[in-house]
Ligand binder design. Sequence first.
Ligand code: FAD
Ligand code: SF4
Length: 509
Amino acid sequence: MAKILRLILGDQLNESHSWFDEKNEDIIYLMAEMRQETDYVVHHIQKVLAFFLSMRSFSDRLQERGHRVHYYKIDDPSNSQDLEKIIQECIKNYQIEKFEYQLPDEYRLDEQLNAICSKLSIQSKAVDSEHFLTERGFLADFFKGKKTYLMESFYREMRKEFNILMDGKEPMQGKWNFDQENRSALKDKRLLRKPKIHPKNVSELYEVIQKPQIKTIGRVEPENFLWPTTREECLEVLDYFCENLLIHFGDYQDALTTWDPYLFHSRLSFAMNSKMLSPLEVVQKVEKYWESHRKEISISQVEGFIRQIIGWREYMRGVYWAKMPDYGQLNFFGHERKLPNWFWTGKTKMKCLSSSIGQSLDLAYAHHIQRLMVTGNFALLAGIHPDEVDQWYLGIYIDALEWVEITNTRGMSQFADGGIVGTKPYVSSANYIKKQGNYCDHCAYSHKEKVGEKACPFNSLYWHFYNRNREKLEKNPRIGMAYRTWDKMKNKKEILDQAEAYLEKINEL
Ligand SMILES: Cc1cc2nc3c(=O)[nH]c(=O)nc-3n(C[C@H](O)[C@H](O)[C@H](O)COP(=O)(O)OP(=O)(O)OC[C@H]3O[C@@H](n4cnc5c(N)ncnc54)[C@H](O)[C@@H]3O)c2cc1C
Ligand code: SF4
């Protein structure tokens, strides 16, 4: 057999890949901690630690299973930090005759590996990563000729195709979607559960990362690192979710609270995005657990969760491959403003933002509604350039990889794609944030006021957004009502002046 070099990227930690079915001395697996990955954006320190720790444990696991791995640590003197050179070096040293890699999920890596392969003097081959439910191009074919890609149609197709929550050809309990039941604010603190954490001392790796001055954001206690970084730990987080959190997942999916950073969310995004867990195994385990606990857990909790994974997650990946690279340049509203400085410190008087940003800096985590309706909502209302918003989201979250970050940020949250992912922009005044939780009760601003010293900035910025984008939005059938309300309002000038004043001093809000 020809000697083969197989590259495993840091987010391809899939132990069940068919590559690993056979042990073979002639196959060398190559893994490398690279500055190109730590530096393409400024990442949260916990994200860098989580990826390196998980890569190292994955490499150990492969070796325990009898595979040959060549692993370049970030501080190895032999690590030239040049992917092409590293590949060439391994080809030479091991007398490799064939190079193989799994299709990367990010466009920039896809381009880079194509370019490297075109320069190799040996044969090369890309194989599927065997992680997603669909192939890269599936969604583009599914929506061929359509301007808007309706997630719900894609999601139903996945349910049928993989027989998830189905009763023959019909959805279980007669409905595809229980979203209407999943919008409560959390009123009772006692329902909350502690997260399943995996404390470890990562001081040694932390020091290694500090030495070459890799620039990072956020905070970490190196003696008390909490994220799962092995498949076993990820499976424990999944079990814990089924046993403790699923029961309320749907109910409080959209809740906002100062009481707890995670609520009933699963904290499984990093486990899946690094491929330590597969989306299908997560969804099947949750469905199975629910089947044996139907008396206690309603279908709305389970359907809500499953939709996020085989619906949104899979769909976002399809949109990414259908629309890149142009997607990365879209700026439908022509927004130009810079992100306010407090996005890097959390120091703002607005409680919803100080809480959401503060916990993001502490934990590299915020749940979906914090990302969408607090930080994302503010950025859109304030007219921040989508590049600025993308860079921030891509850096700060433990789960942020471009294929799922950019479609969520530029698409769902900033509507910079003009309506490919969403049918209307996700914006709100303070009303929504107040309705969903207790942030406004602890805020220096008043959620009820639109003008005046204490007026909540979301209120005037909301109308400023609609007013300045009238031409682009008025004809959208889902938005007409907002313009009818605006037209009837008496104090338009004061509201717009208030918004302008807030935008002038955006760094001091
Ligand atoms: C502006 C913005 C940026 C985002 N950036 C990312 C990102 O970089 N990486 C990322 O994985 N998710 C991203 N999301 C989606 C979502 O917020 C996170 O997946 C979720 O908060 C992760 O926490 P969890 O695992 O506890 O999720 P749960 O609430 O427990 O949900 C379960 C799983 O569903 C999936 N999921 C849920 N919502 C989405 C969604 N909208 N798109 C894709 N998958 C989804 C995730 O895999 C998640 O682990 C973003 C959302 C917004 C609005
Ligand atoms: S009053 Fe406004 S700024 Fe304060 S928490 Fe509520 S929505 Fe946020």
